[in-house]
Design a protein around this ligand. Structure first.
Ligand code: CMP
Length: 156
């Protein structure tokens, strides 16, 4: 089965709430592999690209100013079906509605300040990763635990 990658941003509220460690820990415990991570201030241009699908929404300006108000922590995680797996771990958009046990469901109360972003589709992941990461900021290394995280047939 094919490994895929997903982009995650811990938003300004997640940083302020001191949730970086908790979030990284949840992904690690799940069995995902961290292949890139950095703290960045996203520019208006980067945010316009990132949120292109929301450009006509009433909250677009608000969302961009919130996302540029402070640095964010960007990560790339890898695993089989990484995109849907991570979306399930973060929960649905609004913290008030997100499932208990998910990151937003456990830590959030807001729709906009929803702590974390994760790519919705593989093609979004490829685009989002390119917006924030250069090729030499992503690391292709052997995951020593993979033989106990995946069955042999899944690793082929
Ligand atoms: P996310 O799903 O990561 O990407 C789009 C973001 O827009 C979403 O998280 C929220 O942070 C924000 N958002 C979604 N809906 C609204 C809304 N109605 N008002 C303000 N912000 C929103």
């Amino acid at each position: 089965m094919k490994m895929s990658r997903t982009a995650v941003l811990v938003k300004p509220d997640g940083l302020q709430r001191g949730l970086i460690g908790e979030i990284v820990s949840r992904f690690e415990r799940k069995g995902l592999k961290l292949i890139g991570m950095k703290m960045v201030s996203l520019s208006d241009d980067q945010l316009s690209d990132w949120y292109a699908e929301h450009k006509d929404k009433s909250f677009f300006g608000d969302l961009k100013s919130f996302m540029s108000s402070m640095p964010i922590v960007a990560m790339v995680w890898e695993g089989i079906d990484a995109v849907p797996v991570v979306r399930k771990l973060i929960g649905t958009t609004s913290g008030r509605e997100a499932e208990a046990g998910s990151i937003r469901g456990d830590f959030g109360m807001s729709q906009q300040l929803n702590l974390i972003h994760a790519s919705a589709k593989d093609e979004d992941a490829r685009r989002e990763i390119r917006i924030v990461f250069d090729d030499d900021e992503l690391f292709d290394y052997h995951g020593a635990m993979e033989c106990v995280i995946y069955a042999e047939y899944e690793r082929k």
